[in-house]
Design a binder for this molecule. Structure first.
Ligand code: FE2
Ligand code: FE2
Length: 342
């Protein structure tokens, strides 16, 4: 395959360059070939109602009571991480708009039949169930202040999110590869905490969502692997650029009625409970570096070779820096009726 290159001696600027756009278009067939296994058909997919009390049954009251009984032993800390994860999922409109800004990936009509457009809508449709299920779970348990949670979601969608990917599909897929893995880790760990608290329904719910995230992680890593094959020098540069910029979590701009630092406060609880930690950040870098076989990519020179060196031992540097002690004392969370948590 031939790829348009900028003239010799002129390094292409970071951002959605023509050559990157061409590569994205050129692997469309590859995406189409894999889409059936990377997304689940609707008739095989779980739906939120499968794991919630059936309100149309005559014994719905008993079902709801049983549901609530199981959730009684969840601590405020666990509720805070669960709400934070749910709020993150609920800002899906922001993420779909972001995906639709990536050149070559965007859905030009809103119902286009191109593989990238089908991927974007299919991914969104799967993700849409995550926020729905967690939201309804939390509402029915009666354990959190739903209005405060809804205010947070409202603020977060209002404020948006900039992952600093500059509408560049390479940076974008490095971001999503990282992020889907991070989300998988987080949901899985909340599931373990739910199991310890004796709520096996919540454990199951977190496991289902983590399973979807694992499939999405596999997909984005596969797309990026293909890009590494076709355009290794630019792909490795993009990977290094994204790592230097750091992966910002999608709910970074969350706030409630009063707490401007809500994301920081939530992420400290997540770190303290071991739900998502600085150590996890290092492990994700390590996984991506291995998966894309960065240290052994052949034939890189100049800036690309420097990027390869930078990435090859990056995880170890992060591991050494990962703080074991999380700063900050207890903070009041509106989500749990203003109680101190931490
Ligand atoms: Fe999700
Ligand atoms: Fe996901």
């Amino acid at each position: 395959m031939t790829i348009q290159r900028s003239s010799p001696g002129q390094s292409p600027p970071e951002g959605a360059t023509n050559s990157r756009f061409e590569v994205i278009k050129s692997i469309e067939g590859f995406v189409g070939d894999h889409i059936e296994t990377l997304l689940k058909p609707v008739h095989e997919s779980w739906q939120p109602s499968d794991y919630l009390p059936n309100m149309s049954r005559p014994d719905w009251v008993e079902e709801v009571s049983e549901f609530r009984r199981r959730a009684v032993s969840l601590s405020d800390e666990v509720l805070v991480v669960l709400v934070g994860d749910m709020v993150t999922e609920e800002a899906l409109p922001t993420y779909q708009s972001w995906l639709n800004r990536l050149p070559g990936v965007a859905d030009p009509t809103g119902s286009s039949d191109t593989p990238w457009a089908r991927w974007g809508r299919g991914w969104t449709a799967e993700e849409n169930r995550h926020g729905d299920l967690l939201n309804r779970y939390l509402y029915l348990t009666g354990r959190v202040d739903m209005r405060a949670v809804e205010v947070t979601i409202h603020h977060l969608i209002n404020r948006g999110f900039d992952p600093r990917t500059n509408n560049d599909p390479y940076l974008g897929f490095i971001y999503t590869s990282f992020q889907e893995r991070a989300t998988k880790i987080s949901h899985r760990n909340v599931g373990t905490l739910a199991m310890r608290a004796g709520d096996e329904v919540l454990q199951k719910i977190c496991g289902l969502i983590a399973g979807d995230e694992a499939r999405h992680e596999k997909a984005y890593k596969l797309f990026m692997k293909k890009i590494f094959e076709v355009d290794p020098a630019e792909a490795v540069r993009a990977f290094a650029t994204m790592m230097r910029r750091k992966i910002v979590m999608p709910a970074i701009l969350m706030r409630d009625a009063t707490d401007e630092n809500l994301f920081l406060h939530f992420s400290r609880i997540a770190q303290r409970l071991g739900v998502y930690t600085a150590q996890d950040y290092a492990e994700i870098i390590d996984d991506l570096v291995r998966h894309w076989e960065i240290p052994t990519l052949p034939g890189l020179t100049g800036v690309a070779a420097k990027a390869q060196d930078y990435l090859s031992d990056l995880a170890d540097r992060y591991r050494a820096l990962a703080e074991r002690v999380v700063p900050g004392g207890p903070v009041k969370f509106s989500w749990v009726h203003g109680r101190q948590v931490g």
